[in-house]
Design a binder for this molecule. Structure first.
Ligand code: PEP
Length: 261
């Protein structure tokens, strides 16, 4: 049976009480179905300041939680940063790293993302490594080279060991938040390229058992089925559409239906 991840990125779109409400509603709508559909992992990534409120709502439910970023050092004089251990203590199982908004507005580089991935793996959290090209990179024919370059810079020599897992989120940067996703065929060809690149870096059984590749970029309840029916697409990272619990849970339900075959 296929296994899917449907992960919400709430960005800086909610404050604590709104995050609590959104989490509560997401749990209410997914609880019974999630318990019956272990092939679909549903997670929400709230802003740091809302982690406690969200943890109270999701604990003991089939909804998991992730951070939206982390720092690579475990402790020290790093004003404003958040350690992986504190995310773990707060109840996180996942953490986004390298999101395009952080790359664009905060100068996050592949080198920084690489260190964050190591810190997450070493602490037992699952990194959700965001990569993807800009419109200009795609239009100038550099799409594949950019994506392969990001993947190698972040992951080469950064092998997940034991039961560690890595999720790669392919997010073409130019469709994020636009309501205009790329076609499932387009996304699938990039996922295949990502899998082929991973196969060149790690043994096949590591890639098969420890890596998943999910799509992000204006995915919603209407279009998710087209993506998930592609065998190389293992789930979705969802921004805008996850701000409606109903719409987001419909996406998880679509994943459950496809997982059942
Ligand atoms: C994202 O920012 O990771 C994302 C996928 O956003 P959206 O779904 O709004 O395009």
């Amino acid at each position: 049976m296929r296994r899917f991840f449907v992960i919400a990125n709430w960005k800086m779109q909610v404050e604590a009480e709104e995050a609590r409400e959104l989490a509560r509603e997401t749990v209410r709508l997914w609880a019974a179905q999630g318990a019956a559909n272990p092939a679909v992992t549903v997670a929400v990534c709230p802003p740091f300041a809302s982690l406690d409120e969200v943890r109270e709502e999701i604990s003991g439910t089939p909804v998991s939680m992730g951070g939206q970023d982390c720092f690579w050092e475990s402790r020290g004089a790093y004003t404003g940063e958040v350690s992986v251990m504190s995310l773990k203590d707060a109840g996180c199982r996942f953490c986004l790293v390298g999101h395009s908004e952080r790359r664009e507005y905060l100068g996050e580089t592949d080198g920084m993302v690489r260190k964050k991935v190591r810190a997450l793996l070493d602490t037992g959290l699952i990194p959700v490594v965001c990569i993807g090209e800009t419109r200009e990179e795609r239009e100038s024919g550099r799409r594949d080279a950019v994506v392969i370059g990001q993947l190698k810079a972040i992951l080469e020599g950064n092998r997940p060991i034991g039961s560690q897992e890595v999720i790669v989120a392919y997010e073409p940067r130019w469709v994020i938040g636009t309501g205009q996703a790329v076609s499932p065929e387009d996304a699938a060809s990039m996922h295949q390229l990502i899998y082929d690149t991973l196969e060149g870096m790690f043994p096949s059984d590591t890639v098969e058992r420890q890596f998943s590749v999910i799509y992000g970029g204006s995915a919603d309840a209407e279009n998710i089925g087209g993506f998930l029916r592609m065998p190389v697409i293992d789930g979705c990272l969802v921004g805008k559409a996850a701000l409606s619990a109903k719409g987001f849970v419909r996406m998880a339900e679509a994943a459950a239906d496809i997982a059942k075959g």
